[in-house]
Design a protein around this ligand. Structure first.
Ligand SMILES: [Zn+2]
Length: 277
């Protein structure tokens, strides 16, 4: 039922490799802010996360949000945003009705305001993070609430625990459109209420795993980032549990594509640049 899928970069940041991997080098490496675009036969286009946007620089001018600029070095030009790339590919962004947000960190929601006609799908805990946090409390959770434009709340479709069904590996799971085309699975740990998207495209099972791991190696070796990279992890126990779940899931289906948003290895392997449609 998913008849098109693209995986492309909407800006990126750099961070010391050593912060993300125990045996990483003391040099800055690129973390693509990757974005997914799926096409559903009857629901149309579905965007998975929205990447970076120059709005990030506007909304982090003031303290304490300015701190976000120092944690990672962000690079994004106006023509590199998800919306600019969609338009360049001939896709009318006003026609995009669904944006699935894995979590509400800046590199996943900075482009939200460009998709004004979309329902914003997100987990209850991610929804509450934006709604309830401000100032230092928000920065500590990696959230800049102003990046979600006014009116986002009314457009939100919230994944509630009460409406979830059970997934054999991931526990909580939501059937996004009630037709099995996109299953949203709980990938809790990195951020409150983080979710991933599970679907089949051209016979291959694909799991967009957001920031459940920064590197695929974490899933293979069941190791989380060292200090200070681990400071951003919301719940370390849950993070490890999610790594184990992803590892088990991949072993069950070795041919499946497991794609963490910022993993350069996965990006090189699975990127599917947008082309004119
Ligand atoms: Zn994140």
């Amino acid at each position: 039922m998913i008849d098109a899928f693209f995986w492309f970069e909407a800006g990126y940041c750099t961070m010391y490799d050593r912060f993300a991997r125990r045996d990483g080098a003391w040099q800055r490496v690129r973390f693509p802010a990757a974005v997914g675009l799926m096409h559903h036969a009857t629901r149309g286009w579905i965007l998975f996360d929205t990447g970076y946007h120059p709005r990030f620089f506007e909304e982090t001018r003031r303290w304490p949000y300015r701190l976000m600029r120092y944690a990672t070095k962000v690079y994004v030009q106006p023509h590199e945003t998800a919306s600019a790339q969609l338009m360049a590919a001939g896709i009318d962004i006003a026609s995009i009705r669904h944006v699935l947000l894995s979590h509400v960190h800046t590199d996943h929601v900075a482009g939200v305001a460009d998709f004004k006609n979309s329902t914003l799908w997100l987990h209850r805990h991610a929804f509450e993070n934006v709604l309830e946090l401000e100032g230092w409390a928000a920065v500590k959770q990696g959230v800049v609430p102003a990046l979600m434009e006014t009116g986002w709340k009314e457009r939100a479709e919230v994944f509630e625990s009460a409406n979830a069904h059970s997934h054999a590996i991931f526990g909580y799971c939501w059937d996004m459109f009630g037709d099995g085309s996109i299953e949203v699975v709980s990938l809790n740990g990195h951020a409150r209420g983080q979710v991933g998207a599970l679907f089949t495209f051209e016979g291959q099972t694909i799991l967009l795993a957001a920031d459940a791991a920064w590197n695929t190696v974490e899933i293979e070796t069941l190791t989380m980032p060292p200090f200070p990279g681990n400071l951003v992890i919301h719940d370390k126990q849950a993070y490890l549990k999610t790594l184990r779940n992803l590892n088990a899931w991949k072993q069950q289906d070795p041919e499946a594509a497991l794609i963490p948003t910022h993993c350069m290895r996965a990006f090189n392997q699975f990127q599917r640049p947008l082309h004119v449609v």
